[in-house]
Design a protein around this ligand. Structure first.
Ligand code: SAH
Ligand code: SF4
Ligand code: F3S
Length: 476
């Protein structure tokens, strides 16, 4: 008797979507035979690494259907994968939508889709329905896997197709995905966020935290290694809480140990690590690993314990500094980077001074700085004492200056030492040089042949500039 495999809902969905992709592919192929013209697509991605990874999935589906990718928005299918973490992210999208509307007047068959985090906000969808009637497809962060189905619906119904879910119902694995680079790749280890930092909209637009099973993650990474990928970036809003809600709970530190064992993968990075639950185990694993890179992005947001409490960040100025001390002892030349928000409601001069103090004490290699942006629906939006713009701007400038002055001279290795470098491409300013990355994320520029791109090679460090090195390939 033959055995029947029982599929779970995610697997059934994968089968269904693959069936629709195949059906559309055949239709597209027939049209191509008639017209001899391939349909084109363009994906524009806003926001964070998660969105960039999602766009690879979108690109994978569109490519399988038979669309051909182009670099311009003058395409038959244009999709914006949006971000809404700050108000200016929304404004960028509205600005560009106006331009798309004009393009569509010249090419009425063009399909315009918008997806991503902005679409999870009901007021935004209302505005698009009212003011941007030419948009064809709207979907959110929880149903990217349905793209082919939504295109099919649009082709048959000729009406605006809107498909939004307030939270994820399942993790759909194994759909096509088209990676941007051959040698490095992002791998989702979890989706969503449960932290509800009071300023942040991400938990509302990305839903509750869900970890992928370690088996799925390892199997994807093995496949990537087989395809020639040497560096992976594990992605999650807070990787330190990985695995807490799995049927068989496991820690991020133990996941990393499993990832390390995958042959062919030579470098491991991860993002983002919340200081609130970065464990001693993780520090130990990082310290003993030859593959985990010497770089940690550790967003502090504010140096004021009082504000951190109002932000619901669950650590203090002191515990953050203690964590940094432990990390620097365990991994002496670790490169630390961070995110900082200026002008959170109620931020006083003293609070801001605490942030400046932490920046000076830590000496971050670099920092992403943001002026607080009010996100409707988050607790901070209705807090008293929103900080006036002028004050925010003054503090922001002061912060930038302090970061510049205090960022320690990044240390990628002694001059004349030979370091491992992942060659990432041709130098953008000088095409005679190649550009690669050290394990601490610093760039190295050196002369070399193009076939080295994508490989990890030894490079001798010759000269140190503030944020990069000049190097040369050592004589054999
Ligand atoms: N999960 C990550 C952050 C993702 S959002 C973490 O917890 O570290 C990326 C950054 O955007 C945050 O670190 C924060 O600095 C910034 N950010 C988020 N919401 C913001 C808001 N309302 N205004 C300004 N900056 C914000
Ligand atoms: Fe936002 Fe906080 Fe979650 Fe990061 S951890 S995504 S800042 S709520
Ligand atoms: Fe933006 Fe969504 Fe990422 S809001 S920062 S794209 S999770």
């Amino acid at each position: 008797m033959s055995k029947t495999k029982i599929l779970n809902v995610g697997e059934i969905e994968t089968q269904k979507q693959k069936y629709i992709i195949e059906k559309l592919r055949k239709e597209f192929e027939n049209k191509y035979k008639e017209t001899n013209k391939k349909k084109t697509f363009h994906v524009e991605t806003f926001g964070c690494q998660m969105n960039f990874r999602d766009s690879e999935k979108i690109t994978g589906i569109l490519t399988q259907i038979g669309y051909e990718e182009v670099d311009t928005e003058e395409a038959d299918f244009v999709i914006y994968n949006t971000c809404t973490v700050r108000e200016n992210a929304n404004n960028k999208v509205y600005g560009r939508l106006g331009y798309l509307g004009k393009l569509k007047k010249e090419n009425p068959d063009m399909i315009i889709a918008i997806c991503g985090c902005m679409m999870q906000v009901p007021e935004v969808v209302e505005k698009i329905k009212k003011s941007y009637r030419f948009v064809d497809i709207i979907f959110g962060t929880h149903n990217i896997y349905k793209l082919a189905e939504l295109i099919e619906l649009r082709l048959y119904s000729k009406r605006m197709v809107i498909d939004l879910l307030t939270d994820a119902q399942m993790i759909v694995e194994n759909l096509p995905s088209e990676r941007k680079y051959d040698f490095k790749a992002g791998v989702n280890i979890m989706f969503g966020c449960n932290n509800f930092c009071t300023y942040c909209i991400v938990p509302y637009v990305r839903g509750r935290e869900r970890s992928r099973s370690p088996e799925e993650i390892i199997s994807e990474i093995k496949q990537l290694a087989n395809d020639g990928v040497v560096e992976i970036m594990l992605l999650g809003q807070n990787v330190n809480s990985y695995g807490k809600n799995l049927d068989q709970p496991m820690t991020f530190a133990s996941l990393l140990q499993r990832v390390e064992r995958v042959e062919g993968i030579e470098r491991i990075r991860f993002m983002t690590s919340n200081p609130m639950d970065l464990s001693d185990d993780l520090i130990e694993v990082m310290k003993n690993s030859s593959k985990i890179c010497n770089h940690l992005h550790l967003p502090i947001q504010s140096g004021s314990t009082r504000l951190l409490k109002l932000m619901n960040r669950k650590y203090t100025k002191e515990s953050y500094l203690e964590l940094v001390r432990k990390l620097k002892i365990a991994i002496p030349n670790i490169s630390l980077t961070t995110d900082i928000i200026v002008g959170f409601p109620g931020e006083t001069d003293e609070d801001f001074e605490d942030t400046i103090d932490v920046v000076k004490q830590v000496g971050f290699d670099s920092a992403f700085t943001f002026i607080y942006s009010k996100r409707t629906g988050t607790p901070a939006a209705t807090m008293d004492k929103q900080v006036p713009n002028e004050v925010c701007n003054i503090r922001f400038d002061h912060l930038l200056k302090t970061i510049r002055e205090s960022s320690k001279d990044s240390d990628g290795g002694e001059i004349n030492s030979i370091q491992k470098v992942l060659v990432e491409g041709i130098n953008e300013q000088n095409p005679e040089l190649l550009t690669g990355r050290l394990t601490n994320n610093m760039l190295v520029h050196f002369k070399g042949e193009n076939h080295l791109i994508g490989k990890i090679i030894p490079v001798k460090l010759i000269e140190k500039k503030r944020f990069y090195y000049m190097g040369e390939i050592p004589n054999q």
